[in-house]
Design a protein around this ligand. Sequence first.
Ligand code: DUC
Ligand code: ZN
Ligand code: ZN
Length: 465
Amino acid sequence: MSLLIKNGTILSTTGEYVADIYVENDVISLIGKDLNVKADEVVDAAGKYVFPGGVDEHVHYGSFGGLLFDTADAAAVGGTTTIADFAPQDAGVPLIEAIERQAAKAKGTCSVDYAFHGIIMDPKDSVFEEIRKLPEIGVATLKLFMAYKGSPFYCDDEAIFKAMQIARDYGVTMMVHAENGDIINVLQKQLVAAGKTDPVYHYYSRPPLVETEATQRAIALSELAESPLFVVHVSTRGAMEAIRDAYNRGLPVYGETCTHYLTLNLENLAKRGNDGFEGAKYICSPALRPQEHLDAMWEGIQRGWLTAVGSDHCANTGGYEGAKKKGLGNFAKVPNGAPGVQDRLAMLWTQGVETGRLTKQKFVEIFATAPARMLGLPHKGRLDIGCDADIVVYDPAYRGKITNAASYHGTDYNAFEGFPMHGIPEKVYLRGTLMAAAGKFVGAKGKGRRQRCQTYGRCFEYVSR
Ligand code: DUC
Ligand code: ZN
Ligand code: ZN
């Protein structure tokens, strides 16, 4: 099967130019002006942008009560062709086995390519020892949680430090969910006891300093352990500045923010709707922030102080009516997470590129190229000869709106409902095969392939070993 995409404006992290792309056997084999080759499928992309399929290095399928991989068609429709899922570790199950169990769920059901991060949920020495074996199963990233104290997700500083020491020796990138779990527990109890139970109090139980302090601590732990660090879902100015300052001191410390920390704010959490509870749709952790922090996230991206934008996609099984509303009367009981894998491109393009907050080159970087490097997937996230032919043909002239009705997330609401869409992925190819067209999934379901990540990814660049 061969494919020729003609006359599109190809976007990369460094520039843009009009050229043709020729794809053979899943990979890009030629890029050039007026290519004179025959192909099974020829696409005229004149007037369209052509850029790499998105790499979303932050999704939850199954963990945190999220729906499973059969709902990942949404990624393809939204121009994302590779996802990296956080594989949860049930207590008593070895880390490697937990990841393989999660991989078995993705096989044959996930419609885009997929990789895994480990999560340590059973912090003990035998589990830390397993970090050494992660590279053998193609896993090069590991997340530990400083929040959710009292749940299996929580890890104390000792666990994080020990994991960092081993991870650095094997080229495994340490990721942290940086929020102070002790303080959150205290504040949650105090707020609920005072009758402050509405969704908006989720924010007051996790104020910005709770995240900033934990980020500073995680940086200190990584400095002590001499380990690179990737702080995920950064949402506060203070956390972003801590990462920036650490990097400027020469430490291999990087950060990711997420679509919603750029585009949704505390006002969403305060929404009451018809049932007084609508804000629960926006309960995720860290919590949505006042606007000044969103402005800081844009600045962090623009200046390169934050490296990538993930979706933190987590479509709770049961959605708003069946899952979120279980927390009626107590915000602390609302399951965390919101869907978003389909909307990352539309939000970054419309709220970023179209408003002048992102260049098209920066967009490609944070949407595809940087997350692929972070994961250790050199054949993803860029349109170069020999790379996987994961390609978006983007029609910038389209005008529409994000609606749950047009979403493939499999849930009953969309956190970005009503936001404008300037442009649409007119065609989305996964390894040269058409998966989505103009907002519809048109591919064969479950054709995603497991991706083996290389160790010593982006966070280890310039780290002497
Ligand atoms: N927060 C997390 O820590 N994980 C998944 C969803 C969320 O909101
Ligand atoms: Zn997290
Ligand atoms: Zn997450």
